[in-house]
Design a protein around this ligand. Structure first.
Ligand code: NAD
Length: 422
């Protein structure tokens, strides 16, 4: 790579994963060299008037990896560890994820390096609006459509949509997805990622001839993705024995009462965390990953399963709700241990699939019921699951490599058809 700005452990991991898939596919080297780096990377300064009267300048990013299949699509992350390398990796994964799901969309990601929990509502709104204004010429329903990711939610998306619309002089709901239903959001988007993770787990359980009822699960992360995964798993008879978030975790071998835990987080806790939840014994985040269980779902940060703890995992299925939770060296260990991996670009694709539905509904001004949304989501994810399984058998590779090979192949095929402009 000519420059080093987007070098980071996450980006090196994403690029290496791509290289492995590209080699197996025998990818045209002129296409491969282009796909290793993003189309465009923006770094913006985001000045915000804080509640104490001072102006603080945050750093924001929007990385657009590839739009050969359609407009860029990807979330906005608010987290202290956001940097150009991480955002670039996430943007690249979005490209493969959209292609794997068969969506007419490309890959992008954005974010601001900040701790959203330490900001007041007014500061959060100011930061979101100024960030949107800084990238406004590079987003839009036909160009790049952001969505929520870690640390952002439907309120943040509503502010992005409003800021963009104020600049255009009319309402433009199609500029973001994951909005409230009241302003053009879709039914089922908030739950889509977690629900999709569970749909793929159900297929994996069938494939492995396991019994769903009474099987056990542990979930790391209890936000938009993790809480929905836990609730949906409990709803189909899986015993969720442990969950965790940034405040720590809770464990109960008999199964946690997920509805009561959600009530604690949303109604009782002061900071919307599991802190002080009386429903189980305390357990640390690292210990949760090594629990004996049938299904393990990392649904928080990247790089949680590494060369140093992968050997201690005791699950049968690893369903990656988070993006990039498993490092390359860990992958090798998981293969030896015969742990069945449902890779991130497949397991958590439900979010972007229903985002795609939301965008389509906004463009047509015609809205679907939640049943229609869920039915179509399940169809797309199930088809993608079996395409990946078939590829993995045919090419004798793991599920991650198979998923990447399908995504990379579809993008490169489109690039070769379109050719190199000037
Ligand atoms: P969120 O902000 O709603 O929740 C994140 C959760 O992770 C919170 O419970 C937080 O407390 C917890 N957490 C933070 N640091 C932690 C730590 N060190 N250990 C354990 N838990 C920790 O975010 P989200 O939208 O649920 O996203 C979670 C993951 O899923 C991210 O990797 C994200 O990229 C991925 N993802 C999200 C979507 C989506 O639609 N929101 C779609 C695809 C993938």
């Amino acid at each position: 790579m000519a420059t080093v700005e987007w070098r980071s452990p996450a980006n090196e991991m994403a690029v290496r994963q791509f290289e492995i898939a590209a080699a197996k596919l025998n990818l045209d080297k002129n296409v491969a060299v282009r796909l290793q780096r993003p189309d465009r990377a923006l770094i913006v300064s985001v000045p915000v008037r804080m509640d104490d009267g001072n102006v603080r300048v945050f750093t924001g990013y929007r990385v657009q990896h590839n739009d050969v299949l359609g407009p860029f699509k990807g979330g906005i992350r608010y987290h202290l560890e956001v940097n150009l390398g991480e955002v670039s990796a996430l943007a690249m994964w979005m490209t493969w994820k959209c292609a794997l799901a068969g969506l007419p969309l490309g890959g992008a990601k954005g974010g601001i390096s900040c701790d959203p929990n330490a900001l007041s509502r007014k500061e959060l709104q100011g930061m979101t609006r100024r960030y949107t204004a800084e990238i406004i010429n590079y987003i839009g329903p036909e160009m790049d459509i952001p969505a929520p990711d870690m640390g952002t939610d439907e309120q943040v998306m509503a502010w992005v949509m409003d800021t963009y619309s104020q600049h255009k002089g009319h309402a433009v709901p199609g500029v973001v997805t994951g909005k409230p239903v009241a302003i053009g959001g879709t039914h089922g988007r908030r739950e889509a990622t977690g629900r999709g993770v569970v749909y793929t787990i159900v297929e994996a359980v069938k494939h492995l001839n396991m019994e769903l009822l009474g099987s056990t699960a542990a979930v790391q992360g209890f936000g938009n993705v993790g809480a929905v995964v836990a609730k949906e798993l409990a709803g189909i008879g899986v015993k969720v024995v442990a969950i965790s978030d940034r405040s720590g975790g809770i464990y109960n071998p008999a199964g946690l009462p997920i509805e009561r835990v959600i009530d604690h987080v949303t109604k009782t806790s002061k900071n919307f965390t599991l802190e002080g939840c009386p429903e189980g014994e305390p357990i640390g985040n690292a210990d949760l990953l090594e629990l004996k269980c049938d299904i393990l779902v990392p649904a928080a940060l990247g790089m949680q399963i590494t060369g140093s703890n992968a050997g201690n995992l005791k699950c049968r299925i690893l369903a990656e709700g988070a993006n990039g939770p498993t490092t390359l060296d860990a992958d090798e260990i998981l293969k030896e241990k015969e742990i069945f991996v449902i890779p991130d670009i497949l397991a958590n694709a439900g979010g972007v699939i229903v985002s795609y539905f939301e965008w389509v509904q906004d463009l047509q001004n015609f809205f679907w019921t939640e049943d229609e949304v869920n039915k179509r989501l399940r169809e797309i994810l199930t088809r993608a699951f079996y395409e990946v399984l078939d590829m993995s058998r045919k090419e004798k590779v793991g599920m991650r490599q198979a998923a990447l090979m399908i995504g990379v192949h579809r993008v490169s095929r489109a690039m070769l058809w379109r050719g190199l402009y000037a």
